[in-house]
Write a protein that binds this ligand. Structure first.
Ligand SMILES: N[C@@H](CCC(=O)N[C@@H](CS)C(=O)NCC(=O)O)C(=O)O
Length: 200
C-alpha cells in the first residue's frame, strides 16, 4: 500500500491519480491531503521542496515528483502503458510529456506571482515571459494534436488543460480548436478524466 500526499486540485497530483487508474493500481493508493502553504504540514519533512505529489512507501521510502512516481508505479505494475521502457519512442513520449508539464509549470508560476506578491509588486515582464512558454507550447500541440491515448503525453496534457480551465492564467480555448476537440474526445473515451477533475 502507498500513501499519496496531494491536494485534489494539483495538476501534478492528478497526473498520478490518472496514471494509477490507467495502470490498475488505484486501490493500492490512499490519498492524504497535503497543504503546501502550511509550514506545519508533514509534507515538508517528507519532501524538503514542500511540493506535491509525494508518494510514501510502507518501508519509509519517499518518492516525489509526479514524473518519478509514475515511473515507479509503472514498474510496479510491470507495464509500459504510460511510457515505453526503451527505444526512440520512449524519448519522443518523454519530450512531448515534458512540454505539456512545462506549460503547466509556467501557468503555475503565473498564478504564484499573484498569490505571493502584492498587486503593486507583480512583474508584468515575468508574467509575459511565462505566458510565452504557455503560448508557444500550446501552438506546438495545436499544430500536431496527440493521439487519443492516455499515455504519459495524454495524461500530462489533460492535467495541464484542467489547470488552465480552473485557474485561467490564459484563455486557451478560443485559439486552439484542435486541442479543444481532442480534450472532448478524451473525456468521452476515459471516464477517469472527469472523475479526477477539480471538485466544483
Ligand atoms: N515537477 C513537479 C511539480 C510539482 C509542483 O509544482 N506542485 C505544486 C502544486 S500543483 C506545488 O507543490 N507547489 C508548492 C510549491 O511550489 O511550494 C512534479 O511533477 O511533481
Amino acid at each position: 500500500m502507498f500513501t499519496l500526499r496531494t491536494s485534489l486540485t494539483s495538476p501534478f497530483g492528478r497526473k498520478v491519480r490518472i496514471g494509477a487508474g490507467v495502470l490498475g493500481v488505484s486501490e493500492q493508493i490512499t490519498l492524504v491531503h497535503a497543504d503546501t502553504l502550511d509550514a506545519t504540514d508533514t509534507l515538508r519533512t517528507q519532501n524538503p521542496l514542500g511540493k506535491i505529489p509525494c508518494l510514501l512507501l510502507e518501508d519509509g521510502t519517499v518518492i516525489y515528483d509526479s514524473w518519478v512516481i509514475l515511473e515507479f508505479l509503472q514498474e510496479q505494475a510491470n507495464s509500459e502503458a504510460l511510457l515505453p521502457r526503451a527505444g526512440l519512442e520512449r524519448y519522443r513520449v518523454l519530450t512531448q510529456a515534458k512540454l505539456a508539464d512545462g506549460i503547466a509549470d509556467a501557468a503555475l508560476l503565473m498564478m504564484y506571482e499573484a498569490r505571493f506578491r502584492e498587486p503593486e509588486q507583480m512583474s508584468r515582464r515575468w508574467l509575459d515571459h511565462q505566458r510565452g512558454k504557455v503560448e508557444r507550447g500550446l501552438a506546438v500541440f495545436e499544430a500536431n494534436p496527440p493521439e487519443d491515448k492516455l499515455d504519459l503525453i495524454g495524461i500530462s496534457l489533460v492535467c495541464m488543460f484542467g489547470y488552465l480551465d480552473w485557474r485561467k492564467p490564459v484563455a486557451w480555448r478560443p485559439n486552439h480548436p484542435n486541442l479543444v476537440a481532442w480534450l472532448e474526445r478524451m473525456r468521452a473515451l476515459y471516464p477517469i478524466i472527469n472523475a479526477t477533475a477539480v471538485p466544483e
